[in-house]
Write a protein that binds this ligand. Structure first.
Ligand code: GLP
Length: 241
């Protein structure tokens, strides 16, 4: 696991965008695993700039997102579909048919989840998976639990995650209680993982990821046994390490 400490959010975003851009430059058909949340917003803005100045081309790039809320319309401003359109897809030349965000409104979520993992394998697997980290060290929506979930599945969100994500909604009551998320196995099969963390609210999660036992109660701790992980953190998120 390689750790890159950055001064601040802006530098973290630039370093992360450079890593993703290199991936696209070395393979025009790169399969990107994408994340939502406040953390990668700056990285997406940098990638949009790189596209606009001709540095990178998304025309053959394929993407798979980590997760989506269940039963939230795709057009809802808080859906991860909406987020991806706003922050990346609407601003670059990625083909909409090459973008995949889990369908939180699928009739049969279990069947759909199995298919989502198949779609990733059929695309040749993810070349680089971008991850944020929750304050409780969740990745995607893999919440602390007694066992690691292998494949994509429906997950129940922890109260702390609902509270953390309620800042985007009118109130915590409006935050969906369930989500569909790639599992730890789906994430683990990615050839490379790029985890970003910013701010003091993430310092404990970053510390635990690096120092706890490898334990499903600290979901990100499993990343220590993946062969190709880069962690890009700003000073505040790195304050305990
Ligand atoms: C959500 C997402 C995660 C994200 C995490 C942290 O729960 N499902 O993928 O990493 O929140 O979000 P933020 O970057 O906004 O702190």
């Amino acid at each position: 696991m390689k750790i890159i400490k950055c001064r601040d959010y802006e530098q973290m975003s630039r370093v992360a965008a450079d890593i993703v851009a290199e991936e696209i430059k070395s393979n025009s058909k790169a399969v990107l695993g994408l994340a939502t949340g406040s953390t990668p917003e700056g990285m997406y803005a940098e990638l949009v700039s790189k596209y606009k100045n001709g540095e990178i081309d998304f025309s053959e790039v394929v993407s798979f997102n980590l997760d989506e809320y269940i039963n939230l319309p795709e057009e809802d401003v808080n859906s991860y579909h909406y987020f991806m359109n706003q922050h990346l897809f609407n601003h670059v030349n990625i083909k909409k048919e090459n973008t995949n965000v889990p369908d939180g409104n699928a009739k049969d979520i279990d069947e759909y989840s199995r298919r989502y993992d198949e779609m990733i394998s059929d695309a040749g697997g993810i070349d680089i998976q971008v991850l944020g980290i929750g304050p409780n060290a969740h990745i995607g929506f893999n919440e602390p639990s007694s066992a690691f979930k292998v494949g994509t599945s429906k997950v129940k969100l922890k109260k702390s995650t609902i509270e953390a994500n309620s800042r985007f909604f009118e109130s915590a009551d409006e935050v969906p209680k369930y989500a569909i998320s790639m599992g730890i196995g789906s994430i683990f099969r990615s050839k490379k993982i790029l985890l970003l963390a910013s701010g003091k609210e993430k310092a404990k999660a970053v510390y635990d990821m690096l120092n706890s036992e490898i334990d499903p109660k600290i979901p990100a701790s499993i990343l220590r046994i993946h062969p190709n992980v880069v962690v890009v953190v700003d000073e505040k998120a790195a304050s305990l390490i």
